[in-house]
Design a protein around this ligand. Structure first.
Ligand SMILES: Nc1nc2c(ncn2[C@@H]2O[C@H](COP(=O)(O)OP(=O)(O)OP(=O)(O)O)[C@@H](O)[C@H]2O)c(=O)[nH]1
Ligand SMILES: [Mg+2]
Length: 417
């Protein structure tokens, strides 16, 4: 199956649920009016596009309808595809320009971090790159085993320690191993669940610090993995991780199992974090670089027209260029003392300024949300009033005039003409 067909297949549920309904809606209108946009906006919100983004899309559509002098509702489909494509554009490619580069993979439990790492490792080794995996999810032994299996499958090196060991130490060792072996890319797996959120965020901060310290000039990606089936929850997760972990991109997984694919738009538009990869299945080649045009095309595709795109080309497995292996030096006790002291000082400083700041942010967000809802209510009320006036639609009980009553009486008695 070609790349495009895979994405198209993976987006079938979203396409049917959201864009199928939009098609129905457009067919049910004979002209373009406010009611059409109102219903369209509602459908987009229900399809996990998010209130803010849905409104933005509709505003843009209205503008284009006016500019282009469009009167046929069916043409909105084309405009929608255009607007969605433009909205999704601007996601940069993965930066793996240095040797080694680092990809730190984070996200809450079960979203698909380890699977994504396995798929990425397979892709890079297939391209002839040497990959070092860091099993920095030390929370569960099974997590380390799972990564080990992916390392074997993909031909990547793996650095691991025992369950419960310091994840930052694993990353440190992976970096020195990668330097010694001449690896091209280090990919670090991390835990999605810890005893609490603060612990998790502190741990990620510590790992980040190790990377910056050991590889200050390396290209670094912090990829947040999100499960598309969680819809708007994915947006909230991004907000939380964005402040704490400095994410550079999103991997949106499990699009194949959900009708909530519209959440891509919310993530891109509301949070301004580029989606870099999408997962459309559990197989190794089901991770696809995110291509806005293909994505939009797949969302609006006709189900009958399949198989026009080129087939996937599986590249020959190339030998890694540098196979020289030196023994790497694991971290010494002094380094750890130093790093822990730095971490402690940073944690304290952050806590002091962080809590107040987070509270303020949270309150501001709530106020903005409330205001948005109020505005929406007000607009709905205005629309209702306008509709009432337009169609002479009164909800008051009709008051009959005396004249009418007389006429009615006569009619009943059979006397009127
Ligand atoms: N259908 C589908 N399933 C996926 C996709 N990506 C991951 N999965 C599945 O999601 C499940 C969880 O994946 P993991 O990679 O273990 O998730 P994780 O984030 O590492 O989980 P923890 O280590 O527990 O935090 C597995 O069964 C994967 O096969 C995808 O794109 N599509
Ligand atoms: Mg995992």
């Amino acid at each position: 199956m070609g790349f495009f067909d895979k994405i198209k297949d993976g987006l079938k549920k979203t396409r049917d649920a959201l864009f199928g309904r939009i098609d129905q809606l457009l067919k049910s209108f004979s002209k373009i009016d406010d009611d059409l946009f109102e219903e369209l906006e509602e459908l987009l919100v229900m399809g996990d596009v998010g209130m803010y983004t849905a409104e933005k899309i509709c505003d843009e559509l209205k503008k284009r309808v006016k500019q282009e002098g469009i009167t046929n509702p069916q043409e909105i489909r084309r405009l929608l595809e255009e607007v969605v494509t433009e909205m999704l554009k601007g996601g940069q490619e993965l930066d793996i320009s240095t040797k080694p580069s680092v990809i730190l993979v984070i996200g809450v439990n079960g979203v698909g971090k380890t699977t994504t790492i396995g798929k990425l490792a397979a892709k890079f080794t297939r391209e002839g790159k040497r990959v070092t995996l860091a099993a920095a999810d030390t929370f569960r032994a099974a997590a380390i085993d799972q990564l080990q299996i992916w390392a074997e499958r993909s031909g990547a090196d793996i650095i691991k320690q025992n369950e419960g060991s310091d994840p930052a130490a694993v990353v440190f060792d992976a970096i020195s191993s990668a330097k010694a072996r001449g690896s091209d890319i280090i990919i670090a797996d991390t835990a999605g669940r810890l005893h609490n959120k603060t612990n998790l965020m502190n741990e990620l901060a510590k790992i980040n610090r190790i990377i910056d310290r050991e590889l200050p000039d390396a290209a670094k990606e912090v990829l947040l993995v999100l499960d598309a089936t969680t819809g708007q929850n994915a947006v909230n997760q991004t907000k939380q991780f964005k402040t704490a972990a400095g994410i550079t991109g999103i991997v949106l997984t499990k699009l194949d199992g959900t009708a909530k694919g519209g959440v891509v738009l919310a993530i891109k538009e509301e949070l301004d974090v580029p989606v870099k990869y999408i997962g459309v299945g559990e197989q190794v080649d089901d991770l696809q670089p995110f291509d806005p045009e293909d994505f939009a095309k797949a969302l609006f595709a006709d189900d009958e027209a399949v198989g026009q795109e080129s087939e996937t080309v599986i590249e020959e497995v190339a030998e890694p260029e540098n196979t020289a292996e030196e023994e790497f030096k694991p971290a010494t006790a002094e380094i750890w003392e130093q790093i822990d002291a730095e971490a402690e000082a940073e944690k304290q400083a952050e806590q002091e300024k962080g809590e107040e700041h987070l509270k303020q942010e949270e309150e501001a967000k709530k106020a903005a949300e409330k205001e948005k809802i109020e505005q929406k209510k007000q607009r709905a009320e205005e629309r209702r009033n306008k509709a009432k006036a337009k169609y002479n639609w009164s909800t008051e009980p009709a008051v009959k005039s005396d004249e009418e009553d007389d006429w009615f009486k006569q009619w009943k008695e059979g006397g009127s003409s």
